[in-house]
Ligand binder design. Structure first.
Ligand code: NPQ
Ligand code: MG
Length: 390
């Protein structure tokens, strides 16, 4: 069993032959943009009305590739944030890739390994080079990882509201749209009653909750009230490092426990499962260091029969495309937070992803399979930097 999280060995061994195509990155273009959300998104760590988005374009001797840097603007979800990523790209990550010379996308994680942490930033650079590599080989990301489904059922993550009536209305709209699963954001003071009301109005909907670390083990008794609502899972109620606390919750309450923020690499998955701290794992590719590491986490969980689903970070079409392909792997047995583009954006930077009967089609074009609307990107960019060797 491979236990490293870096994509190289694990992914190559289980899915594809290692690429023999070598790529030399010549330039990374980092763009920052502001994209208004169609409605405010309120979680226990704040309310977002405008998503700041960072994307990366890499220019290489084998063509160019695009990536999305799925990080929050402030360090409120995890410690990583966009200004930090900007800095770490230019001072620590890009120089190591330029110094390495010709490489495969599978070499990126190992090359960047001396830099501790910053997995979400690393993920973006690997993603850009993987897009180049797959485009040059004429294969889709789905083919590369061995994704098996042509379209996948998707869920929606619903922000908190001022009143429970408003929440029930918002959920009704999403259920009418056809979402196959609804996730409610909860926090102390906005939990049992909202969930009760949504469940009463939607007796059969697949329902789950996400607390983004807003509780502590002192709340286990309180959270036991959620056991009455037939939830699929409760996601990350306690702190990102509190595996033992989550294990206690899993023992005492009947709602299955899912970890999000706690899972930043495969080692965290191994520890969480060994402790009984999780029944289910939310895989966010950026959080675990990239799409190759995400595949490795999937493989590990699949081998153990642990269900996984694909989380969301309010992605543009670039990240959404990649998440769809990832979630087409057979171990993604629960619908993910991969909504239609219009759940978040009035206008996306790629062609929008549309949902039909609760499903979205997985892209099949080379690389991540989307074309970036460069004119639109240019019009909403407020900062653009080029990183080059030397
Ligand atoms: C989660 N996502 O599962 C995250 C958290 C989250 C879809 O619920 C800007 C950028 C705002 C990233 C809000 C969903 C965000 C964000 C919430 C991530 O915990
Ligand atoms: Mg979450």
């Amino acid at each position: 069993m491979h236990q490293q999280y870096g994509g190289r060995d694990t992914v190559a061994a289980m899915h594809t032959a290692p690429s023999d195509l070598l790529i030399t990155p010549e330039l990374f273009e980092i763009r920052r943009m502001k994209m208004p959300l169609v409605r405010p998104f309120r979680t226990s760590f704040g309310t977002e009305t405008v998503r700041e988005v960072m994307i990366v374009r890499v220019v290489t001797d084998r063509g160019e590739g695009w990536a999305e840097c799925s990080i929050e603007s402030d360090p409120l979800y995890l410690s990583e944030f966009l200004d930090a990523a900007d800095h770490v790209f230019s001072d620590h990550l890009a120089p190591r890739l330029f110094a390495h010379g010709p490489m495969r996308a599978e070499d990126v994680a190992g090359t960047l390994e001396p830099v501790k942490g910053h997995r979400m930033a690393k993920a973006a650079l690997e993603m850009a080079l993987l897009d180049v590599q797959l485009r040059a080989q004429g294969i889709s990301f789905q083919q590369y990882i061995g994704g098996t489904r042509a379209s996948i059922p998707v869920g929606v993550s619903v922000g908190m509201t001022d009143t429970v009536d408003e929440l029930v209305d918002n959920v009704a709209g999403y259920v009418t749209d056809g979402y196959t699963r609804v996730k409610l954001k909860i926090e102390p003071g906005f939990d049992i009653e909202p969930v009760r009301r949504v469940r009463e109005a939607n007796p059969d909907v697949l329902l789950q909750v996400d607390a983004n670390t807003a509780y502590s083990t002192a709340d286990i008794e309180h959270l036991a009230q959620l056991d009455a609502f037939g939830l699929l899972l409760i996601e990350q109620p306690f702190g990102e490092d509190d595996l033992v606390g989550h294990a206690e919750l899993a023992r005492r309450n009947s709602t299955p426990v899912c970890l999000d923020e706690a899972i930043r690499c495969l080692d965290h998955v191994r520890s969480a499962l060994a402790l009984g701290a999780a029944h289910i794992i939310n895989i966010k590719p950026a959080r675990v260091g990239g799409y190759l590491a995400a595949v490795a986490v999937h493989d590990h969980c699949q081998a153990l029969g642990v269900p996984v689903w694909c989380g969301g970070m309010l992605e543009t079409g670039i990240g959404r495309a990649a998440n769809l392909a990832l979630a087409s792997l057979p171990g993604f047995t629960l619908p993910g937070d991969i909504s239609a583009s219009k759940r978040y954006w009035t206008r996306d930077i790629t062609a929008p992803f549309e949902m039909v009967d609760g499903h979205i089609t997985v892209p099949t074009g080379p690389g991540f399979g989307v074309e970036v609307d460069v004119d639109f990107v240019e019009s909403i960019t407020f900062e653009r930097r080029e990183l080059t060797a030397g």
